[in-house]
Design a protein around this ligand. Structure first.
Ligand SMILES: Nc1ncnc2c1ncn2[C@@H]1O[C@H](COP(=O)(O)OP(=O)(O)O)[C@@H](O)[C@H]1O
Ligand SMILES: [Mg+2]
Length: 260
């Protein structure tokens, strides 16, 4: 198995609270790997540890077998790990095109050089138009990002990740803020582009239908720990998961829907 991202005994405590505790996660290259679990299970904290936004209390993060636990956060993107946040990372007063071109440029080979060759700029521009096309945002290229409807903002976040030369996308609730009926289409778009661009995706998503149909593997978190790991079929029929979590989650989803 070609493991691209791995954690060993990864833990993060806040005082006495074990937000993430002893997590051994293995993500296979090219997989869409979902992390599910109720609110407060530790999913976002785990993402903070994977993206280096936070230091673990204990344990390691390995990228292609190499220990990156002590790499500083500014190196994360250069290591090929990119992240979209529950809180958006779009520049609201720039156009859609500028947002995507900046993303392409930020990780370019000579991002600290003042004078770049004009062909390099053309390359960034081409990358930007390519990802706008792939995400269906071409018609909005000249709009200010802040004026996009919610669904297109989520697409722009995806486009920003696509524009960077990353191997792994960490997506923490990429469909948050989307009306329920728009979630499946967005997730199908994500699934198409990640396969096309050959990316590994680690994803937190609450829509169980989508998670079950698109994930290669699923890890279930509960009170900071990994409760189970497996294919969607294995997770759906795992008695521990069902008892501890799935029933509860489905009822939460129902009440979420009522709240919409
Ligand atoms: N910076 C922090 N300081 C203190 N407690 C935190 C912090 N971040 C998260 N927590 C706590 O850690 C637990 C896990 O939170 P989180 O990782 O956000 O869970 P999830 O994303 O699964 O909802 C929660 O009890 C939360 O209140
Ligand atoms: Mg969270």
């Amino acid at each position: 198995m070609n493991i691209i991202l791995e954690t060993r005994d990864l833990s993060r405590h806040f005082g006495g609270l074990k937000a993430v505790e002893g997590v051994n996660l293995k993500v296979k290259a090219g997989d869409l790997h979902a992390i599910i679990g109720p609110n407060g299970a530790g999913k976002t904290t785990l993402f903070n540890l994977l993206s280096k936004a936070m230091k673990p209390t204990r344990g390691q993060v390995l990228l292609r077998g190499r220990d990156i636990t002590n790499e500083p956060s500014y190196r994360t993107a250069h290591l090929g790990i990119g992240r979209s946040y529950q809180i958006t990372n779009i520049f609201p007063t720039l156009t859609v095109l500028e947002n995507v071109r900046l993303a392409a440029q930020a990780l370019g080979p000579d991002n600290f050089r003042l004078f770049r060759h004009v062909t390099q700029f053309r390359h960034y521009e081409e990358t930007a138009y390519h990802v706008l096309h792939e995400t269906g945002l071409t018609h909005s290229a000249w709009q200010l990002a802040q004026n996009l409807p919610q669904g297109d903002k989520r697409k722009l976040e995806l486009a920003i990740l696509m524009a960077q030369n990353l191997d792994i996308w960490l997506l923490d609730e990429p469909t948050s803020g989307l009306a329920g009926e728009h979630v499946p289409a967005f997730m199908e778009l994500l699934d198409r582009v990640r396969k096309q661009e050959d990316k590994t995706v680690v994803l937190v998503e609450h829509n169980m239908n989508v998670v079950m149909s698109l994930s290669d593997r699923i890890s279930v978190m509960h009170l900071g720990e990994l409760l189970a790991e497996g294919t969607p079929g294995e997770i759906a029929t795992n008695p521990t998961v069902q008892k501890a979590y799935l029933g509860e989650l489905y009822s939460n989803l129902e009440s979420d829907k009522l709240g919409d």
